[in-house]
Design a protein around this ligand. Structure first.
Ligand SMILES: NC(=O)C1=CN([C@@H]2O[C@H](COP(=O)(O)OP(=O)(O)OC[C@H]3O[C@@H](n4cnc5c(N)ncnc54)[C@H](OP(=O)(O)O)[C@@H]3O)[C@@H](O)[C@H]2O)C=CC1
Ligand SMILES: CC(C)(CO)C(=O)C(=O)O
Length: 307
């Protein structure tokens, strides 16, 4: 595949928009892939994608098309929510060229394998990011938190030639053979913090008032990570959870924000995935199971999906 191929980015939302804006700003060819003609018309009416960075808004007239466009895709960044990823892959499958690269930028685990099953002719690059962004309006993205992005391919450690384009675009990144460990570690952090923040209806910092609960979850998550062949992801988990709770004390977790705004959560790819994996491996995780049951009850009470 040519390294000069355009970046097709599905998901002109928070992270997709952040990537698109920085790549386009660096002079790289980018095409946003939108759901349908309605979304394309809305994008054109908005005059392009706006990135707000350090309080400064920049509008970028990035090219856009719909999923239904016939042109083949050589490199795709799939930047939708985990629960939308498989359907998006199915919709784009006819357009993906043999040997194309598909970067899957989803939190949690489970959606990446579902995408790979749908796109057997493409190379799947797993992405884990600690960058933060949110949508202030339609096609208007605020860069809210500097972070770092890890990329890797568990089936092939060879770094792709286009990686240096991320450097040109100012996206802090590293190519790592341990991408699965990164994804599992982040999943564990999310499992230890996010559901508890929803159930206590609190900011992350207030979880410091529940040390035994959080420590108990970390013990079970550690056992699960070890049984899953990810011992490095288990090391010092409770210490890092406490550090994240301190560092993000004033923030509401992403799951808390989703529930507060009546939005679907990624539960099935976070705590749901952890509990399902524990059942598969027959690892007892009574605290995680109880947490999942309480979280599901809370979501059901709010009329939110459980998957
Ligand atoms: N936001 C953040 O700070 C972080 C997010 N993540 C993870 O990154 C992933 C993406 O999250 P985020 O960027 O916040 O999500 P957003 O909801 O902001 O954006 C998702 C985008 O995907 C689009 N989309 C979904 N399905 C399709 C489809 N079939 N065709 C075209 N477009 C589609 C949506 O389109 P439409 O606009 O039409 O609804 C939307 O623009 C999640 O897994 C999240 O957990 C990880 C770290 C930080
Ligand atoms: C910072 C952290 C780990 C918890 O708030 C997070 O990633 C999230 O909110 O989803």
């Amino acid at each position: 595949m040519s390294d000069d191929a355009p970046w097709h980015i599905l998901g002109a939302g928070s992270l997709g928009g952040l990537w698109a804006a920085r790549l386009a700003r660096a002079g790289l060819p980018v095409r946003l892939v939108l759901r349908d003609a309605g979304r394309l018309a809305a994008y054109r009416a908005a005059g392009g994608l706006t990135l707000v960075e350090d309080g400064v808004a920049t509008q970028l007239p990035i090219a856009a098309e719909t999923v239904a466009e016939p042109a083949p895709i050589q490199r795709l960044l799939l930047a939708c929510k985990a629960y939308d990823a498989e359907a998006a892959a199915v919709a784009l499958a006819p357009r993906l060229a043999a040997g194309s690269d598909v970067l899957v930028l989803q939190n949690g685990l489970g959606s990446q394998d579902a995408v790979a099953r749908r796109l057997p002719g493409s190379r799947r690059v797993l992405v884990s990011s600690t960058e933060g962004a949110f949508r202030e309006g339609d096609f208007r993205v605020v860069f809210a938190g500097r972070g770092f992005t890890w990329l890797g391919d568990p089936d092939d450690p060879t770094p792709p030639g286009w990686l240096e384009q991320l450097q040109r675009a100012g996206i802090p990144y590293a190519w790592t053979p341990a991408i699965l460990s990164r994804l599992w570690r982040k999943l564990a952090l999310n499992c230890a913090i996010n559901p508890a923040s929803v159930l206590h209806d609190c900011r992350n910092g207030e979880l410091a008032d529940h040390p035994e609960e959080i420590a108990g979850l970390c013990v079970e998550l550690g056992h699960l990570l070890e049984a899953s062949g990810q011992p490095a992801a288990a090391e010092g988990l409770f210490d890092e959870v406490q550090a994240v709770i301190r560092a993000t004390a004033g923030n509401y977790s992403s799951m808390h924000q989703d529930v507060a705004h009546g939005r679907r959560t990624e539960i099935a790819y976070l705590l749901g995935h952890a509990c399902a994996q524990a059942r598969r491996l027959e690892v007892p995780v009574p605290r995680l199971d109880a947490l999942e049951a309480r979280l599901r009850a809370r979501l059901a009470a709010r009329g939110l999906p459980l998957d």
